[in-house]
Write a protein that binds this ligand. Structure first.
Ligand code: FEO
Length: 398
């Protein structure tokens, strides 16, 4: 049974959802699943914008056959070669022998790396600014390298002013029939997963996202059709503004996220006290996370949200407690920058994690490290003033 929706009179969403996959990229928990979006342009010529993941091929083929209703596919536009979108290229080339694959040079190279296919006579090569007419629609190709792979391009439909944006403007989360942003409460129900998707999947490539945003700003965009998550047909500025902030590594909020690595709960207790002192001082939007039980992708997303970060860490094997070590590695890999970080460390023999964390933070760009608070085993009432001072320094830095 087909599960498709019309995007315009002649453009149809033929994407699919996967609610069984536990880990996206075998790495990121996706408790709400994920959608793999694909769009059919039913013009004088038929163009398909990308394919879907191998896990949903069966549903995808049903969707295609239903919408095509006996017609063939003239063009398959391949915007991105990550397997969650390219998995069905070979199968479609077999099923539709007259279909041209529309791609750039890097993409064609990757098609040959992934698939044992004969591409002679099957490929229409495109580069920056090239156009393809399907009849009423004219598709213009815009290269977007490293958003999120080197071969990525996006496509602008001049007729309906649609930006087919590849991974950009995507989110985790399966689509529950309501595929449009104005059919859901995005800010309430989707924004945190969108932030987690952006910061962890594309976060490293802020510079490249900025250059795509500049190119997109020169286009008159009325709708954004990404490869994951909702289609945007209103309030585009809301999401574009988020992407602009995220890709410039500017925090969304003046607030504090406190992340702790605590072996027996003493570091955790100190963090809870600090959170109360920060709240007393008027800080809003505070969040406290246990690095041992919170996936690092959630921690990264919260660091993208907040201007200030508290890292509280027990000393373990004379070094940094492993969940915090893992977070620091991810922060560096994802180019986290422009944040103010306050440190708490703890140790029963000798607190050492703090100075080691400082070294790791110094390897990152534009991170301001505030003075640190060291704890010997337990933060007791006789150090209440130290905690007050520590909280005050964070607030003064906000
Ligand atoms: Fe959704 Fe980079 O693939």
């Amino acid at each position: 049974m087909q599960g498709t929706r019309k995007v315009t009179d002649d453009i149809v969403w033929v994407g699919c959802n996967d609610r069984r996959l536990a880990l996206f990229e075998n790495l990121f928990p996706i408790p709400r699943g994920v959608s793999y979006n694909s769009y059919l342009i039913m013009d004088e010529k038929v163009a398909l914008m990308d394919t879907v993941d191998a896990s949903v091929t069966g549903q995808f083929m049903e969707n295609l056959e239903y919408v095509l209703a006996g017609r063939g596919i003239d063009y398959l536009v391949v915007q991105h070669m990550e397997p969650d979108h390219c998995a069905n290229i070979e199968e479609l080339m077999k099923r539709y022998p007259d279909m041209q694959v529309v791609a750039n040079t890097k993409t064609v190279q990757m098609i040959h790396q992934f698939f044992d296919v004969e591409s002679d006579g099957r490929v229409t090569l495109v580069k920056e600014g090239d156009t393809l007419s399907t009849g009423e629609h004219t598709l213009r190709f815009v290269m977007a390298p490293m958003v999120h792979w080197p071969e990525v391009m996006v496509t602008y439909d001049e007729k309906d002013k649609i930006l087919f944006s590849a991974d950009a403007f995507g989110t985790f989360g399966a689509l529950d029939g309501n595929i449009f942003n104005d059919e859901i409460d995005f800010e309430k129900d989707w924004l945190s997963e969108a932030r987690r998707y952006y910061s962890n999947i594309v976060g490293k490539y802020g510079v490249q996202v900025q250059s795509l945003l500049k190119k997109a700003a020169a286009l008159d965009v009325a709708m954004i059709c990404p490869l994951h998550g909702p289609v945007w047909r209103s309030s585009l500025g809301f999401f574009i503004d988020k992407y602009d902030k995220w890709s410039r590594y500017e925090p969304e909020e003046d607030s504090v996220v406190l992340i702790y690595g605590s072996i027996y709960g003493h570091t955790e207790a100190a963090v809870n006290s600090l959170a109360c002192r920060l709240a007393d001082a008027g800080v809003k939007g505070i969040k406290v996370y246990d690095a041992s039980s919170t996936h690092v992708s959630d921690l990264i997303a919260e660091i993208f949200r907040c201007s200030h970060v508290v890292l509280a860490c027990a000393t373990y094997n004379g070094g940094i407690y492993p969940p915090i070590e893992n977070l620091l590695s991810d922060m560096k890999a994802l180019s986290v920058q422009k944040r103010t970080v306050a440190l708490m460390d703890n140790g029963t023999w000798a607190p050492a994690a703090g100075r080691m964390i400082v070294k790791r933070l110094e390897e990152m760009k534009d991170i301001t490290v505030l003075e640190q608070l060291s704890i010997k085993s337990v933060l007791r009432e006789d150090r209440a003033e130290d905690l007050e001072t520590f909280a005050r320094k964070i607030v003064e830095a906000m």
